[in-house]
Design a protein around this ligand. Sequence first.
Ligand code: SF4
Ligand code: SF4
Length: 112
Amino acid sequence: MEVSRMSVRLPGWKEMAIGGIIVNPGNSLEYKTGDWKVLMPVIDQDKCIRCRICWYVCPDNAIKELDKPHTTKAKRVYKISYDVDYDYCKGCGMCAQECPVKAIDMVPVEVS
Ligand code: SF4
Ligand code: SF4
């Protein structure tokens, strides 16, 4: 069997298109990644002790620290609240796993 020996010219590195450049920084905000989830975290504002651990561990920066005061049923006053940005939360459950007082429940996402 005869093998054809066609010569193929490959481009040199100087001719190749430059990759790995983000020409529009911050564009990930345009992509709502939260629709992947089947479970969603729900924070019980009365149980939450404002320790910020969920904010630290969330891999998607989906826990928001809000200037939203809250008074618990036991009359404890907090100046801030933590809440979930469901547009970006992927439902991994790390926040619920790490919350020291189990103030976060993972509940099924309702599909309409
Ligand atoms: S479930 Fe995962 S992605 Fe969603 S807020 Fe908690 S840690 Fe972040
Ligand atoms: S980890 Fe739990 S207690 Fe701490 S801020 Fe988050 S919800 Fe509140």
